[in-house]
Ligand binder design. Structure first.
Ligand code: HPA
Length: 272
């Protein structure tokens, strides 16, 4: 595993002049942030050694190097989902490569169903914490000391300082920001009403099929994480309607410029 990570990181180092400190994972329907990146260089996943290839509709699958608000970033357009059949080491492999590249900050986005009754479709939720409901853990198995400690702390998985910065940016720009706990599930089914209710009862505000594995590995790697859910449908009793992947993508599209702006501003302030 270590050798593969180094091999892939070396390949990427050979592709770009400067390795950024910031990486961004773009979720379902949230690829448009990539349009704000200038001086772009794109590398399709299928050209990157050891990278899995993304298959799901709406995930185009490439690494994008360039400048966001004038600052060097790497963005992943398309991520690897557990439900596609990848194991957790594959799902989180790009985060390991980011670690090997020396990335210090990871920004993550996703589309999610909202269980909090004060949420609306199109809201942006700042993720404060998560509940891991995946059946496989990304750190299961041998621990490589070079990558991180055996028993990583998760008390600040979504970095408090980054969250405060994001809240500041949202407030200054009149962007409505919800807050809450993200429940990560394997999918690919959306939840039954009873499951949404259960996730609400155990402390969840939104539920989705990603993010938790990458955030766990990023924390193992001692990166600072900031993550957002775009609420694309509601799992609130009385408001549950049929959900389709297309509707999720559509709802995500509408909210994404605001989320992109917050991420860009946070990076600018960190870089001062
Ligand atoms: N459940 C799980 N994943 C999702 C949802 C949902 O309601 N909406 C978008 N991704």
């Amino acid at each position: 595993m270590l050798q593969k990570i180094v091999e892939t990181a070396d390949y990427i180092k050979g592709k770009v002049a400067k390795i950024p400190s910031y990486a961004i994972i773009l979720g379902t329907g949230l690829g448009e942030l990539a349009n704000s990146i200038t001086d772009k260089k794109e590398v399709p996943y299928n050209e990157i050694p050891n990278f899995p290839v993304s298959t799901v509709e709406g995930h185009s699958g490439k690494l994008i190097f360039g400048k966001l608000g004038g600052i060097d970033v790497i963005a992943m357009q398309g991520r690897f989902h557990y439900y596609e059949g990848y194991n957790m080491k594959e799902v989180t492999f790009p985060v390991r490569v980011f670690q090997a590249l020396g990335i210090k900050y990871l920004f993550v986005s996703n589309a999610a169903g909202g269980m909090n009754s004060s949420f609306d479709v199109g809201d942006i939720m700042l993720i404060e914490d998560h509940i891991n409901m995946f059946p496989e853990h990304p750190l299961h198995g041998k621990n490589y000391k070079e990558l991180g400690t055996r028993f990583p702390d998760m008390s600040n998985a979504y970095d408090k300082e980054l969250r405060l910065l994001a809240m500041q940016v949202a407030k200054e720009n009149d962007i409505k920001l919800q807050h809450g706990v993200y429940v990560g599930t394997q999918g690919p089914t959306f939840e039954t009403p009873a499951e949404y209710n259960y996730f609400r009862i155990i402390g969840g505000d939104a539920v989705g099929m990603s993010t938790v594995p990458e955030v766990i590995v990023a924390n193992h790697a001692k990166m600072n994480v900031l993550a957002f859910s775009i609420i694309t449908d509601l799992g609130v009793i009385g408001k549950i309607v049929e959900v389709t992947h297309e509707e999720v993508q559509e709802a995500a599209k509408i909210a994404q410029p605001k989320m992109a702006y917050i991420i860009q501003e946070v990076i600018k302030r960190l870089n001062k």
